[in-house]
Design a protein around this ligand. Structure first.
Ligand SMILES: Cc1cc2nc3c(=O)[nH]c(=O)nc-3n(C[C@H](O)[C@H](O)[C@H](O)COP(=O)(O)OP(=O)(O)OC[C@H]3O[C@@H](n4cnc5c(N)ncnc54)[C@H](O)[C@@H]3O)c2cc1C
Length: 374
């Protein structure tokens, strides 16, 4: 067999493919990235950019916390346009029942050694005076970060390129081969490993992967500096994000350095259109009004929708496909792909180099799915 042109071919230059490329380049591998459109042309340019610890499961908490730590480590080299800010997050509760959830969350986070505190309604009102009066309190996560997901993706790809990675945009992959990939233009690329990082479109190349697009709408406001200072999310968000919920609308509000705010989060399994549904935006604004009564007075600059790559559970699918050691997948990051991009890159590098993993890999392996076939 002819020698491979590259150690690794990565399919997809969203935040996951770009982070893997940078990590493999740091380790000295020869890498090519094959992207059908542009770098950050799909879901990674439509996200909110809350880099947080999320606790749907122990595996998810460990993974997101690891991801947040790696962003923290990378922060000194990030350029200003990535807009990396340690804002801290407030998981807000409206009543005593939701405060019980805040307490549960505190116990889980503390067990995982994530620095958190519970704040009562009075302290919450001082921290965020524009929140609705009478809220019960919140979980305060001081280490959570906010960044610009699209710019972060572009930075990772640019850095990978500076380190020698070849990034080919407008280069769709048509099919996977045991020794590389076939391109849409009829050519092929040979590589020792192929890493599939094609987000919600992963089943196109590997139909056995149980991934569905999960639509999310975002509202971007005009600037109103100081209106909200922290990442604020309602505490029932994680329940809403669970893959078993067919539809959910939960409040999540994110300040950016520009003085603008991003409002989310909606979740729907309604196919692969990114067309904005005004009725869903209206419901999102209604939900937001429960937490920010003045939200209707903040002018809206733009709305859009993106597609989260949702798997059957709330942890991504990472690792070699059963029976095909050369084919690795890094998909199904749903609503935590920005947070866990660097962690994904690190784990993929460790797998390819045959090194011990930084965190246990078992919860992520494709083998955990019902009969995944390549
Ligand atoms: C509304 C919304 C809000 C979100 N908020 C957050 C948040 O606050 N925090 C967080 O951590 N996460 C958040 N996420 C989740 C995050 O955006 C995703 O998990 C992440 O962007 C997925 O990245 P990806 O690289 O897997 O996919 P993508 O960004 O979709 O990249 C996949 C790439 O593969 C390419 N591709 C596909 N098929 C082919 C092919 N055949 N050949 C070549 N290239 C191909 C595509 O063109 C695309 O560029 C949010 C998502 C949404 C939609």
């Amino acid at each position: 067999m002819a020698p491979s042109e590259y150690d690794v071919a990565i399919v997809g230059a969203g935040i996951i493919g770009s982070a893997i490329a940078r990590e493999l380049a740091v380790a000295g591998h020869s890498v090519v990235v094959l992207e059908a459109e542009e770098v950050a042309g799909e879901t990674s340019c439509r996200a909110m950019g809350h880099v947080g610890a999320y606790d749907d499961s122990e595996a998810q908490l460990g993974f997101t916390f690891f991801g947040r730590r790696l962003w923290e480590e990378l922060s000194p080299e990030l350029p200003p346009e990535v807009d990396f800010v340690r804002r801290g997050a407030l998981w807000v509760a409206r009543d005593a029942e939701e405060m019980a959830e805040v307490e549960r969350k505190r116990a889980v986070y503390r067990r995982a050694r994530v620095d958190v505190d519970v704040v009562d309604g009075r302290r919450l009102a001082t921290m965020e005076p524009n929140l609705a009066p009478g809220l019960a309190g919140a979980l305060w996560v001081p280490g959570d970060i906010v960044l610009d997901a699209a710019e972060a993706t572009r930075y990772l790809a640019r850095r990978a390129s500076e380190l020698g990675v070849e990034i080919r945009t407008h280069t769709p992959v048509r099919s996977l081969r045991p020794d590389g990939v076939d391109l849409g233009n009829g050519q092929s690329v040979r590589a020792g490993h192929v890493v599939l990082a094609t987000g919600w479109q992963a089943p196109t190349l590997l139909p056995s992967l149980p991934i569905r697009p999960r639509k999310g709408h975002i509202v971007l406001t005009e600037p109103l500096p100081g209106y909200v200072r922290h990442q604020v999310t309602e505490v029932s968000y994680v329940r809403g994000a669970s893959p078993t919920q067919s539809e959910s609308i939960t409040f999540s509000f994110q300040p950016r350095s520009s003085g603008r705010y991003l409002l989310g989060a909606t979740r729907q399994y309604v196919g692969s259109s990114t067309e904005v549904d005004p009725a869903v935006v209206e419901r999102l604004l209604e939900r937001a009004r429960l937490f920010l009564p003045g939200i209707r007075e903040v002018p809206i600059a733009r709305t859009w929708a993106g597609l989260r790559p949702a798997g059957p559970d709330a942890v991504p699918i990472l690792g070699p496909m059963p029976g095909r050691r050369e084919l690795l997948v890094a998909v199904a990051h749903e609503g935590i792909g920005i947070t866990t991009a660097l962690a994904t890159g690190r784990l993929v590098r460790e797998m390819i180099d045959g090194r011990p993993p930084s965190i246990p890999l078992e919860p992520f392996r494709p083998e955990r799915l019902a009969a995944p076939k390549s």
